[in-house]
Ligand binder design. Structure first.
Ligand SMILES: Nc1ncnc2c1ncn2[C@@H]1O[C@H](COP(=O)(O)OP(=O)(O)OP(=O)(O)O)[C@@H](O)[C@H]1O
Ligand SMILES: [Mg+2]
Length: 135
């Protein structure tokens, strides 16, 4: 049986590429449209990029899920980095502590069907997102 979940340690730019590709391969097994597959890959890139930029290292976990007659993908991105002190602020378009665009987290929220973020200063950050197959 082929595994329906992958975990990719994130330390470098090439790990970001690898996480994107592995997630895309997994998501292809469900009937996501090509634009949905692109959106999932983009969301994973943004979250993995944040690990490299702000937390040094972390993990991207991707699973295929089935719930109450629907199918989808669950992505859990976690790190033990510095954490985010003000989550509502970090979720605003244009807010960045690194002079970047500040569109990563709000963009991920728009791309996915559900979005949760947990963060504790000095402990780390976990972002949990899901995308369901439309039918
Ligand atoms: N994993 C993380 N650990 C600690 N801080 C984070 C993490 N992810 C995001 N942040 C904080 O939240 C802010 C907003 O993140 P977001 O991804 O929206 O924007 P950005 O990374 O600054 O810019 P962009 O993603 O558009 O290049 C970041 O500038 C950073 O301060
Ligand atoms: Mg970002």
């Amino acid at each position: 049986m082929v595994d329906d979940q992958v975990s990719i340690p994130i330390l470098t730019d090439s790990d970001i590429v690898s996480a994107r590709q592995q997630a895309r391969e997994l998501a292809k097994r469900f009937s996501f449209s090509s634009s949905e597959l692109a959106g999932i890959a983009a969301a994973i890139s943004e979250l993995a990029r944040n690990i490299v930029s702000y937390a040094t290292q972390g993990t991207v976990n991707v699973s295929l899920i089935e719930e109450a007659n629907k199918k989808g993908i669950l992505v859990i991105v976690e790190d033990q980095g510095p954490g985010i002190s003000d989550i509502p602020l970090a979720m605003q378009d244009g807010y960045s502590t690194s002079n970047s665009l500040g569109l990563g987290l709000p963009g991920v929220k728009r791309l996915m069907d559900s979005f949760e973020i947990q963060s504790e200063i000095g402990k780390g950050t976990t972002v949990i997102v899901k995308k369901w197959v439309l039918r």
